[in-house]
Design a protein. Structure first.
Length: 238
């Protein structure tokens, strides 16, 4: 018997190997063509994402607009006030205390005096006059407050107006109370002038300094002693 060839319905495993070389080359070319297209798609996707990101962060206004409208804050320069300028020694005034009468002397003239003349008769007389003038101002203010309170004794029917008047009276009385305490210090300073202790620290005995006394005629402590006392009060109370 002759051997029959295999049926055409079931291709043999070696059927693919019987394809012509041209057909096999075409498949390779197709696969190679598909690969670049996938890479191009990925590149296009990345480009789109970059475009979206750039659009999201892109400013919606002119970036130079804020810079153009911005002006740096001016530098605050501290200028000396007339009072501070007066507390500077002027060598040209060093001998004015010898030439001018007491009534014509100014704070600048007293400050310009030599250190060797500290708390001499002229300085003591000048500070006595200064303290007495301050005392008289306080007494005058106290008299004006009394007159104001006497004039405002009329009952005001409007509650709002009455509350305003009472608040003004309370503020004025608080001010007078502070001046009353200052008046006591003035009296103590005048007593120290009489005893010859004015101008010297009560704790250390060192000179308080003309500049500090001109700014605060009732000072009885040097700056260092005052700072120590304030620190002690802060730590341990009164």
């Amino acid at each position: 018997m002759k051997n029959r060839p295999p049926s055409s319905g079931a291709p043999s495993p070696d059927a693919g190997s019987d394809l012509p070389p041209a057909a096999a080359g075409g498949d390779d070319k197709a696969r190679a063509a598909r690969k670049p297209s996938a890479a191009a798609a990925r590149r296009a996707e990345k480009a789109a994402m970059r475009a979206q990101t750039t659009e999201a962060v892109a400013p919606t206004h002119d970036p130079h607009a804020a810079k153009a409208s911005y002006s740096p804050e001016p530098v605050m320069t501290t200028t000396a006030t007339p009072a501070a300028a007066a507390l500077r020694k002027d060598p040209a005034r060093a001998d004015n205390w010898k030439k001018l009468p007491l009534e014509q002397l100014t704070d600048a003239d007293i400050l310009a005096m030599p250190d060797a003349e500290y708390m001499n008769d002229v300085q003591l007389a000048y500070f006595r006059r200064k303290l007495q003038a301050l005392k008289q101002d306080i007494l005058n203010n106290a008299g004006e407050t009394t007159e104001h309170l006497r004039e405002d004794t009329v009952v005001v029917p409007d509650p709002a107006d009455r509350a305003t008047i009472e608040e003004e009276h309370a503020l004025e009385l608080r001010t007078r109370d502070r001046e009353r305490k200052l008046l006591k210090k003035i009296e103590q300073s005048l007593a120290r002038i009489d005893s010859g202790d004015y101008g010297y620290c009560e704790e250390t005995g060192e000179p308080i300094g003309v500049g500090r006394l001109l700014a605060r005629p009732t000072a009885s402590l040097s700056i260092e002693a005052q700072q120590r006392r304030e620190l002690k009060q802060k730590l341990f109370g009164d």
